[in-house]
Ligand binder design. Structure first.
Ligand code: ZN
Length: 498
């Protein structure tokens, strides 16, 4: 086992270097002042190069070659299998291409910011052409069993997932969602969502959000909440998982649900067995979709439920006596469960969210393959949006220019959000099957049973299983749209009488 020990020791040091990069990244988004940004990019690039060089060394390749010839089982087999997977991906890409992608996407993101501000798609489209071309080159280096470039890119976010498997899911989900959304909108019943847009002083929102995060299980001795423009969670190192949020004193919906969402990510990071296995796949998240399932589960399945608000509403009333004076419990619950189409994905509700993703999944597949010309994207976007939501997109900023992903080269990333939503609903059903109905416990502020179930069935496994395998093991059935549709249909009946 000397070779395995040597490999794990080296992986741990590489991950330690990586965690320094993670800390620099957190600092850049939370604390760094503008004049420090330039040098920070050099620091980050140096760490990235050092980790890449050490991970792609011939020595690691030799160790992996030797270990793959041995008969391994249990943890060792997982560590070696996943290290080999990462090693192959990292060594298949020429350094020149990696650097070119990094350089181009940095510039493309800056161009995207400007184009969105100016509402001018033509300023961004030449950059999108370059980004797509580089990602096609990357896909060609990586390869995929199907020969489909999209599969090669998707595989780094969601191991084992393919266009074919996703198309099957979306083809089932899309018509069911569209029908439900249509029923909700024609029900004539609107939620009083305006009550969330009253005076909610930021420091009070901060105290309430922190209270909720701690109660659902976020360990503040191993984490913290700060403010950043774009909320995120960073599992920096063992014992150090940080989240951020933002506060809008005239809108309640951002901070609390944002904190519940990021806390869901943080609970996953804190639940991974990093103390024993840091540096190996056993201490890493299974996939982006599985990560997102944890955030959506706490944000939506728990955080928008009647039981949760039975627990938190009295404290919320105490915190904001003015804003909630004339609001009944039922009105509040309906407000935090509002459904209405919006142009912007990140502002959308649980019911319409996955239609936003379906649109992006369709378009990005076609633009990567070349079937959809970059110049035609705004038109096709707007047509598809109209078809799904019945709304005319007023401009590119509220249409195809709204997300950062394509400028950052993140093609194949969007579907992981929907996988997360489906998995969240399916896991929650399975947790209630195993633990009994959780409403009474959540209404009493007891979240430990659910967290314990997630620790055992999801967190504890690291990257031992793919998202679909985890799903089958934890829930007893293959991943499908059924649990999410049941959840959304229950809510539609409750709040819209349909
Ligand atoms: Zn998330």
């Amino acid at each position: 086992m000397a070779t395995l020990d040597a490999l794990v020791t080296e992986l741990k040091e590489i991950a330690t270097l990586g965690s320094i990069g993670g800390l620099l990244g957190w600092d850049e988004q939370v604390l760094l002042q503008p004049k420090g940004v330039e040098f920070r990019s050099q620091q980050a690039a140096l760490i990235a190069r050092m980790t890449h060089e050490r991970f792609t060394s011939k020595q690691i390749g030799d160790w992996l070659g030797e270990l793959l010839g041995d008969k391994l089982d249990g943890d060792a087999a997982v560590v070696v299998r996943e290290a080999k997977r990462d090693y192959d991906r990292a060594t298949k890409l020429p350094t020149s291409l990696v650097e070119e992608i990094s350089r181009t996407t940095t510039l493309a993101q800056a161009a995207w910011v400007e184009a969105r501000k100016a509402n001018d798609y033509a300023r961004f489209s030449p950059w999108l052409i370059k980004v797509l071309d580089l990602r096609r080159q990357e896909a060609a280096c990586i390869g995929s069993p199907s020969g489909n470039a999209y599969d090669a890119l998707l595989d780094q976010y969601e191991p084992g997932e393919t266009v074919a498997s996703l198309v099957t899911l979306f083809d089932d989900l899309k018509p069911r969602l569209a029908k439900l959304v249509e029923k909700i909108l024609t029900s004539g019943k609107r939620s009083p969502a305006e009550i969330l847009r009253r005076d909610y002083p930021s420091e009070k929102q901060q105290a309430l959000s922190k209270f909720a995060a701690e109660k659902i299980g976020y360990d503040f001795a191993a984490g913290r909440i700060d403010v950043s423009v774009h909320p995120f969670c960073s599992g920096i190192a063992p014992g150090d998982t940080r989240i951020t949020t933002r506060y809008n004193p005239n809108y309640f919906g951002d901070a609390l649900f944002g904190v519940l969402h990021e806390t869901g990510h943080a609970l996953y990071e804190q639940g991974l067995p990093k103390d024993q296995h840091f540096g190996t796949a056993l201490a890493e998240a299974a996939s982006l979709g599985v990560h997102e399932s944890q955030s959506r589960l706490w944000e939506n399945l728990v955080g928008r439920s009647a039981a949760f608000w039975k627990w938190l509403l009295p404290k919320t009333r105490e915190t904001f006596p003015g804003a909630l004076a004339d609001v009944s419990d039922e009105q509040w619950l309906a407000a935090v469960n509002d459904v209405r189409p919006t142009f912007i994905r990140v502002d959308s509700d649980e019911a319409t969210y996955n239609l936003h993703i379906a649109l992006r999944f369709d378009l990005e597949r076609k633009m990567l393959s070349g079937e959809l010309e970059v110049a035609a994207i705004p038109t096709v976007w707007n047509e598809t949006f109209k078809q799904y939501f019945g709304l005319d997109v007023p401009d590119a900023a509220r249409g195809c220019l709204q997300d950062v992903h394509w400028s950052a080269g993140l093609i194949g990333y969007f579907p992981t959000y929907t996988l997360g939503n489906l998995l969240a609903a399916q896991l929650y059903e399975a947790a209630e099957r195993d633990l009994g109905n959780l409403d009474d416990r959540h209404a009493a502020g007891e979240f430990a049973p659910l967290l314990g179930w997630l620790r055992t069935n999801v967190h504890h496994h690291g990257r031992r299983f793919s998202g679909r395998q985890l799903c089958e093991r934890a829930t007893g059935s293959p991943l499908s749209a059924d649990a999410l549709m049941r959840h959304l249909e229950r809510k539609a009946a409750k709040f819209h009488g349909v």
